[in-house]
Ligand binder design. Structure first.
Ligand SMILES: CC(C)(COP(=O)(O)OP(=O)(O)OC[C@H]1O[C@@H](n2cnc3c(N)ncnc32)[C@H](O)[C@@H]1OP(=O)(O)O)[C@@H](O)C(=O)NCCC(=O)NCCS
Length: 180
């Protein structure tokens, strides 16, 4: 039985919900084509909305087969406009997080808010003992997101992950976790 997370999550300022193929165009406009957003991600900026449709198809499949819950993020004030994704990958007793937000919304503390609420919900399930995330050691914004959401930096993982927008060589990452 996978860790239990709800289909929809509300925070003070955000709504997190299941993805739909019709989200692709709005996500393309919001961030999937943006090189600044993609800099520390494992994907390269999308050249057309068709690439974003392929990504959303993966999200829908992962949601239905129970491997992950990639939540579409929108603001409470504009619920029909997707502005990012928070993906919870369900791995036995742990959840592994990935997240991204459209550039126009950076700096308002939105992602720490989303990560904090989702993490508390995951850890409320007796099955869940650990919520973790990794980020490039140069991705200060992501490291700060995790620290503000109450995560602890556990380690530096050398040569851990390729971030292709920077280089083809595997790079160092910080491992952060929130355990109980
Ligand atoms: C990482 C990310 C999700 C942070 O979300 P956010 O809601 O902007 O987070 P916060 O508002 O709490 O800001 C976190 C840090 O970002 C930095 N920051 C703030 N405003 C910023 C801006 N306008 N531009 C760039 N960085 C900014 C600061 O270091 C801030 O830390 P501080 O509050 O201690 O000053 C967002 O920057 C993002 O989507 N980046 C691109 C995708 C990415 O790197 N995802 C993580 C992969 S591991």
């Amino acid at each position: 039985m996978p860790i239990n997370l709800p289909d929809e999550i509300s925070t003070n300022r955000l709504i997190l919900r299941q993805p739909q193929l019709s989200d692709a165009a709005a996500l393309f406009d919001a961030y999937t084509q943006d090189a600044a957003v993609a800099r520390y991600m494992v994907w390269v900026p999308h050249k057309s909305v068709f690439e974003t449709e392929g990504f959303i198809a993966y999200c829908c499949e992962a949601w239905s087969n129970g491997k992950a819950r990639p939540y579409i993020i929108s603001s409470q004030s504009e619920p029909t406009r997707p502005i990012g994704i928070l993906e919870a990958r369900l791995r036995g007793h742990m959840v592994d997080l990935g997240y991204v937000l459209a550039r126009e919304h950076w700096g308002a503390g939105l992602m720490p808010e989303a990560v904090g609420v989702l993490t508390n919900m995951a850890l409320a399930d007796p099955l869940c003992l650990r919520v973790q995330a990794v980020c490039d050691t140069e991705n200060t914004a992501s490291a700060r997101t995790l620290e503000k959401a109450g995560f602890t930096r556990e380690a530096t993982l050398q040569r851990y992950i390729v971030h292709p927008n920077i280089s083809a060589a595997p790079r160092a990452c910080f491992m952060y976790a929130h355990c109980k």
